[in-house]
Design a protein around this ligand. Sequence first.
Ligand code: MGP
Ligand code: SAH
Length: 271
Amino acid sequence: MTFCFMDKESIEIIVDEISEQEKAVMKTMGLPSHFSSSKKYDKSKKKQQQHGKVKKSLCKYWHQRYRLFSRFDQGIKLDKESWYSVTPEMIALHIASRCVKDDNYRVIMDPFCGVGGNIIQFASFSKNVFIIASDIDPKKVSMAKHNATIYDVSHRIAFMVGDFFNIIKTIKIHVDCIFLSPPWGGPDYLKQDNYSLSSMTPDGFNIYNAAKKYITPNIAFLLPRNIDRDDLNSLLQPGEFIEIEQNLINDKPKTVTAYFGDLAKQDLLQS
Ligand code: MGP
Ligand code: SAH
């Protein structure tokens, strides 16, 4: 269940966003139609020893490991930053369902691919999808390749290493949509009441404008749940609009996804 609303028009709608295709993919991956609540954090030393080298600050994320990757036990690799940055599988699957609209061949770019949480779901969602994945950190790209192999989808992904602002200028093929999930500055992003796009490094305004200029206006932007809605609205030119979606797991907001261009659902405005 995903809660959608359109800021500009102040329309609030609750929609069951899990489509039949989404459910079918979830079934083949062995996922339930929604995740059960995570087990309670066990502080006993014995339990922590079983977690091996996982640092205390990352324990929260370790407990959510199967939410991040249902195939975690098959050898998924993450580094410290990825533990708190990877998009939970269920949310990544949902975003994939929004970016892959039909069975037509579709090219999706993910220039902040990290260890692969989103690209795996884009590539799993349809055989007609091709992904251009890149990240500034070569170690993450290497882990993303490894993780995509565990999900048997690496053959549909082209991997590159490089800075977003350089990579986007090298892409010569048509890209149907671009997915943006840059760093938010770590878990401290929640200390702000209204998280500004300019708090990101690189700056979120610059990321959006460059993606729109060099790649496509069809943008899905993964954002903190406390994102400043005024910042998002300020990205719009006259005649453009945005769909802002809260992504919940077990009724708890985790992330926000803002859809632009042809990814935004115009029919919501007419209800
Ligand atoms: P969180 O707030 O750190 O975790 O991130 P959670 O489980 O909501 O913590 P709680 O204690 O409030 O319950 C929530 C989700 O946001 C993560 O699972 C990631 O998918 C995403 N996320 C978090 N950070 C810090 C980043 C980031 O820097 N970049 C990106 N792209 N995603 C992030
Ligand atoms: N969506 C990913 C997580 C992305 S985290 C997943 O689900 O796995 C953000 C990523 O942006 C990090 O991997 C970081 O290395 C990368 N990054 C940071 N600055 C960048 C830049 N300037 N260009 C490209 N990638 C960058």
